[in-house]
Write a protein that binds this ligand. Structure first.
Ligand SMILES: Cc1cc2nc3c(=O)[nH]c(=O)nc-3n(C[C@H](O)[C@H](O)[C@H](O)COP(=O)(O)O)c2cc1C
Length: 371
């Protein structure tokens, strides 16, 4: 699947030691754990953006963190990805830090979910850690400043490949959902390297009903038309993001629909509403309340969905696999199971900012071993 397996470029792996991840785990993570999870997220993200805004630093970060290795390159969606490890949607909801995140070594960054209108999201607290499972539970509810504001921040040239993930504004009734998605697609399509229609977050009432093919078909047709209208010269790749909680037949139905409509790919999967098989004690799980569970507990189902989609689709369509990836072996397992690209979110919180580089470096090694 890798665009080029000839190892033409040099790797700079030797400059870094595994101890760098240990510093995060031993020193920084315990400090961040003293804060509520959402505050810790905002603080860490703000620090990263601040550092990356110092003149010249972002370029240095890119050189330092990016694993420049020909074995990692992927050609997909008409784009040249420097490596297949992406940041999943939800971390940079407002597209305020994609260049800083890209400089950390990600091959691409998916921003959003962005909705048609600005909205505050659910009341806090709405993000919880389950450390025994290395998992998170969130019911953020698409807190974001809306697609008009995000479009301003996505204008102009950039160094990072940016996918844009769009969803429905909470107060917009389900019958008017298409208009809300179309408004966002028109504003954001011209600035997106690819666009994802998110119908799979558990925290917007009714959103996941849009995964049924009779509702999904007109939605995707309308978004495709909107993209063609605003970006006639460059067809914007269109993908749909699905939940791990879909029944197998429904996964197949989405795959068939994606083929029928000529979609470019599928992102699988979002968080789960399930709580099975957790190591955390029941009280801790109960305290989190409702929301989407992410991290290792979603891994198995995420792999199953990927395998099912790839079996159904053959070589056609790009598959972005996400859910519970923590190590190069996990990422490689997805690639072997048919993922074109992979994404992480929860593991970044537990492992820290060296993780993208570590994953890319490990995947390059595995790619060579399996060449
Ligand atoms: C705090 C948090 C917020 C998220 N927000 C979004 C979102 O806005 N849109 C979306 O499509 N997925 C969102 N996700 C889901 C992730 O993109 C990803 O699909 C899921 O967490 C599984 O990957 P992981 O196990 O690597 O975290 C969010 C996940 C977390 C943990």
């Amino acid at each position: 699947m890798f665009g080029s397996t000839s190892v033409s470029a040099t790797t700079r792996s030797g400059r870094r030691s595994p101890a760098e991840g240990a510093v995060y785990r031993a020193l920084i993570r315990p400090l961040l754990y003293l804060l509520p999870a959402e505050t810790a997220h905002h603080l860490a993200f703000a620090c990263l953006r601040l550092v990356a805004a110092i003149p010249g630093v972002r370029r240095l970060m890119r050189r330092w963190f990016h694993e420049d290795d020909g074995a990692l390159r992927v050609r997909a969606l008409g784009l040249d990805f420097p490596n297949p490890i992406g940041l999943a949607a939800g971390f940079d909801k407002d597209a305020v830090g994609y260049e800083a995140l890209g400089a950390l070594g990600f091959g691409f960054v998916e921003v959003g979910t962005v909705t048609g209108q600005a909205q505050p999201g659910n009341p806090k607290p709405r993000l919880f850690r389950l450390p025994k499972d290395r998992a998170l539970v969130n019911r953020m509810g698409f807190n974001n400043r809306g697609s008009a504001a995000a479009s301003l921040r996505l204008r102009g040239p950039r160094d990072t490949i940016v996918g844009v993930n769009i969803g429905k504004t909470k107060i917009v009734p389900e019958e008017e959902a298409i208009g809300d998605y179309v408004a966002s697609a028109k504003r954001l399509g011209p600035h997106a390297d690819y666009l994802v229609v998110n119908v799979s977050s558990p925290n917007t009432p009714g959103l996941r009903n849009l995964q049924s093919t009779e509702k999904l078909r007109p939605l995707l047709v309308a978004v495709r038309e909107a993209l063609n209208e605003v970006s006639p010269a460059r067809p914007v790749p269109l993908l749909v993001k699905i939940a791990p909680d879909l029944a197998d037949e429904d996964v197949d139905a989405v795959a068939d629909l994606a083929l029928d409509l000529g979609l470019d790919g599928i992102v699988a999967t979002n968080t789960t509403i399930g709580r099975d098989g957790l190591a955390s004690n029941a009280d801790d799980v109960e305290r989190c309340g409702a929301g989407g569970l992410s991290g290792p507990p979603v891994r198995e189902r995420s792999i199953e969905v990927l395998q099912r989609l790839r079996a159904r689709l053959g070589d056609r369509l790009v598959l972005i696999s996400v859910g519970g990836i923590e190590s190069p072996e996990h990422a490689w397992e997805r690639i072997e199971a048919g993922a074109t690209l992979v994404q992480i979110y929860t593991a970044l919180i537990y492992e820290g900012p060296m993780l993208p580089t570590r994953l890319a470096r490990g995947v390059a090694k595995l790619a060579r071993e399996h060449a």
